[in-house]
Structures are given as C-alpha cells and as structure tokens.
Design a protein around this ligand. Structure first.
Ligand code: FMN
Length: 263
C-alpha cells in the first residue's frame, strides 16, 4: 500500500517534470521577449540548462553600434531578435556604449593573445561571445552614408586577427537611416563578414529601416518586415548548418597565400 503511494508520487512528479520542461520548450519565446533575456549570464545559464536536458540552445550575438541604447538601430535589431527567439534561438544584444571607442593601432598584440590590448569597451566581451555564438547581426545608424565611426573602430578591433573564431557562422548587417545612405552603409558592414568566411544572410530587401526616433522606425512596416524575414532566414541557415555538421563538416581551408603587391 505504502509502495503504491510512493509510485503514484513518482509518476505525479514525472508528469509535472515533463510538463515543466515542455512548458519551457514551447514558451521560450514568451519568456525571452517578456523578460528580455539579453544579458550574457542569463544566456549562459539557459544554454547550460538546455545542454543538461540534452538539447543544444543556439545563440546569436547582436551588436548595437548606435550611441542610443534603445534607439532606432536597437528597434530594428530587436525585431530580428524576436524572430530568432520565436525559432527557439537565444539572443544577446550588446550595446557598444557612448564612451570613445579606440581604433585599431595595429600593435599586433592580438596575434599572440587573441584579444585586443584595449580593454575598456565591450570588444573583447564580443570576441568571447562570438566564440560561443552561432550567428552575428551587426546594427548601425547611418552617418554620412556609412556606418558610424565608433562601430567601425569597434569592428576593426573585433575582427582583426580574431575572425578565425567566427568562420562559417552566418552573419548579417542591419542599418537605420533618417533618409539616405542605407545601402552604402550596408555594403561596408558586409565587408567584415565576406573577408572572414562567414555566410551572409539576406532578406527580402537590403536590410535597412528608416527613422530618426524609434517611434518612426516602428512605422516603417516594410523595414520591420525585412528584419523579421532576416531573423527567420538566419534561424533557418543556422539550423541547417548545425543539424548537418556531422554529414557536411566545414570545408578544409588551404593555407592562406598573402601577396602584398609591392612590385
Ligand atoms: C553624424 C551624423 C550623421 C548622419 N548622417 C546621416 C546620413 O548620411 N543619412 C541619413 O539618412 N541619416 C543620417 N543621420 C541620422 C542617423 O542615421 C539617425 O539619427 C540614426 O539612424 C538614428 O538611429 P539611432 O537611434 O539608433 O541612433 C546622421 C546622424 C548623425 C549624428
């Protein structure tokens, strides 16, 4: 009789355990969008919880290059992140901040250490995040028909001599402008990915939104749809790469030839 009660309790516990797990699985999008799971610690915890359950939680790093933490660029990035979350892919949105971002001084120290000598901005944090991430989205406001200067300095240091860790991870750029210069800025940002063996994810239009304040960007319904399509396309490509990696491992690289055209 006593044994039966224990048996019932165990079955009861198991049913609830399965219920909780499926609740987490199916409501991950809800949880992420409502408590804005955008910080690294929460993301690492969630990922380890998933791996404990035998699942792989994929992750995309989104870099907001605007000085405005929750401005128009963030609004565009957030639209991409929401779509990735719907596809059960975790997201970290990192803001580069408003302090001056040093440019690369070509000191070569990163060749030995793998990290930038300047450690007073999130560049090295992003290097680490990219090692763990399955994809990257870089967001920039348009300044004089190009990405903003601080973001270019940030990306020069994040990519230079460190991009071997980012190879074969899908990447995309998104830009926000008030009026013009979007596609020139978009092209410039794609250069970081296309020199780094990163597959570039496309959308239904060149990835841009228009607005001077976030409320205006929210009115750019075509721009936002382009962001959502980008999020879904990136989720699809990340899953294709991840689920087929046993059968189709990354291509073997030839040793790099460098010619500097000195003659
Ligand atoms: C220095 C500077 C240059 C700008 N140049 C352009 C430009 O060339 N084209 C444009 O449409 N908007 C331009 N803008 C407006 C910004 O693109 C716009 O304020 C920004 O995208 C808003 O996004 P945010 O809230 O994420 O910063 C410029 C703004 C600044 C501060």
């Amino acid at each position: 009789m006593g044994l039966n009660i224990y048996l019932i309790k165990i079955v009861y516990f198991l049913i609830h355990f399965v219920y909780i797990i499926s609740f987490l699985e199916y409501n991950i999008y809800y949880i992420m969008t409502h408590i804005r799971l955008c910080d690294y610690t929460a993301s690492v915890k969630l990922r380890s919880m998933y791996s404990y359950l035998g699942c792989d939680l994929m992750n995309v790093l989104l870099i907001n290059g605007s000085p405005h933490k929750e401005g128009c660029t963030y609004t565009a990035l957030y639209e991409v992140a929401k779509e990735l979350n719907k596809e059960q892919i975790d997201t970290n949105i990192v803001h580069i901040g408003t302090k001056p971002v040093a440019g690369c001084i070509d000191c070569g120290k990163c060749i030995q250490t793998g990290y930038c000598v300047f450690d007073d901005d999130p560049v090295n944090e992003c290097v680490n995040l990219m090692k763990e991430s399955d994809g990257l989205v870089v967001g920039s406001p348009v300044y004089y028909a190009g990405p903003n200067g601080a973001l270019c300095s940030f990306l020069d240091r994040m990519f230079y001599r460190k991009s071997k860790f980012y190879e074969y991870k899908p990447a995309a750029a998104v830009v926000n402008c008030r009026r013009g210069g979007a596609s020139a800025s978009f092209d410039r940002l794609n250069k970081y990915f296309t020199i780094s063996n990163m597959p570039v994810v496309s959308s239904q239009y060149w990835n841009s939104t228009h607005g001077f304040i976030p409320e205006e960007t929210l009115q750019d319904v075509e721009g936002l749809q382009t962001m959502r399509t980008l999020g879904r396309n990136m989720a699809w490509l990340i899953k294709c790469i991840s689920y087929s990696k046993e059968k189709y491992p990354h291509p073997i690289r030839e040793p790099q030839i460098m010619t500097n055209f000195i003659k």
